[in-house]
Design a protein around this ligand. Structure first.
Ligand code: NAP
Ligand code: GLV
Length: 306
């Protein structure tokens, strides 16, 4: 089994020994331009030259959950694209979203300001029924997030392409379910994959349908949000705050207006990181299953784009 490894922003000196230890039967090499065609690849945002040269891949394993950076006509139709399923990311997403939600609900930003002024000021408790949380995308990560939010007693709703039943979550689906989902949501969490259907789905029109004083938590992809629509919605009070982990351009440019807006919290695409042990175990398990001719989870449907 020959495997080529081509991962941007990834420490190959750590990952290659780990993968080789997990797959001693395989030959795993670091991809470089002109390398011979391999049977399998493990990738994260590979360059176009990689696709131009690696034309005989049986499967391409993505080192993340989102495969948007891989999609396009450069992919051979005979290559399976396989994404990470959870691999430790769902718990991280649940932590991130619960922190952002509770930080807003319990008004921690206001207490931070009070502390800077040495001020001891009580605020009245807010009823959590007034903060229904809506999770867009109920897949490997979104379902975990919806369940975690429910533990704190917030009303939880979710929206997905296909109809779902999740205990404790009011589920909506497809385009006809989108408007009622938005209407009853105050804290909107985006956990959708980036596809032709979901690009720019967070915009003036959709965010205006949320309950007034809404909070946006975008932990999926920057291209889901029409960035120039955000600050006017905050100025007008339709949105109270936004917590953004992902941006159209990453790293976020130093002169981007979001940096200096105290209503916007910015983190550097870190909501759920690719974890070493979980990922090595998942990819090596799937590679072996494929070699045995077994079906594996996480094969991307190229028509749907996720
Ligand atoms: P997943 O398991 O494929 O789940 C995707 C969910 O979105 C599914 O519930 C799917 O509906 C729904 N969906 C897709 N297209 C839709 C549409 N047009 N309308 C309504 N619902 C739609 O994906 P995942 O593993 O949970 O990951 C989700 C995304 O999180 C990734 O694609 C990636 O962009 C992002 N992510 C971000 C970070 C970070 O650090 N910020 C880390 C990891 C992942 P069905 O269930 O009906 O198919
Ligand atoms: C990270 O953004 C991922 O898609 O895994």
């Amino acid at each position: 089994m020959d495997i080529t490894f081509c991962c941007a922003d990834t420490n190959a000196d750590e990952w290659l020994p780990g993968l080789r230890a997990a797959l001693p039967e395989a030959t795993i090499t670091l991809w470089q331009a002109g390398a011979p065609p391999a049977r399998y690849a493990i990738v994260w945002q590979p360059p176009r030259q990689f696709f131009a040269e690696q034309l005989q891949l049986r499967a391409l394993f993505n080192m993340g959950a989102g495969v948007d950076a891989l999609m396009g006509p450069h992919l051979s139709p005979n290559t399976l694209v396989v994404r990470l399923n959870d691999a430790g990311m769902a718990d991280q997403m649940a932590e991130y979203v619960c922190h952002a939600l509770i930080r807003h609900f319990r008004e921690f930003a206001a207490y931070d300001q009070d502390m800077a002024q040495r001020q001891w000021t009580y605020r009245e408790p807010l009823p959590r029924e007034q903060f229904p949380v809506g999770v867009m995308g109920l897949g490997a990560l979104g379902e975990r997030v919806a369940r975690a939010v429910g533990v704190f007693g917030f009303p939880v709703r979710g929206w997905s392409r296909s109809a779902k039943q999740i205990t404790g979550v009011e589920c909506f689906s497809a385009s006809e379910g989108f408007a009622p989902f938005l209407r009853g949501t105050r804290v909107l969490v985006n956990m959708l994959p980036l596809t032709a259907e979901t690009e720019s789905i967070l915009n003036r029109s959709t965010l205006s349908q949320l309950q007034r004083g809404a909070v946006l938590i975008n932990v999926a992809r920057g291209r889901h949000l029409v960035e120039e629509d955000l600050q006017p919605l905050l100025d007008g009070g339709q949105l109270a705050a936004a917590v953004l982990d992902v941006f159209r351009q990453e790293p976020l440019p130093a002169d981007h207006p979001f940096w200096s807006d105290s209503r916007i919290t910015i983190t550097p695409h870190t909501a759920a990181r690719t974890l070493f042990q979980e990922t090595v175990a998942q990819i090596s398990g799937k590679l072996r299953a494929l070699e045995r001719g077994e079906a594996i989870a996480g094969v991307v449907d190229m028509q749907r784009g996720y």
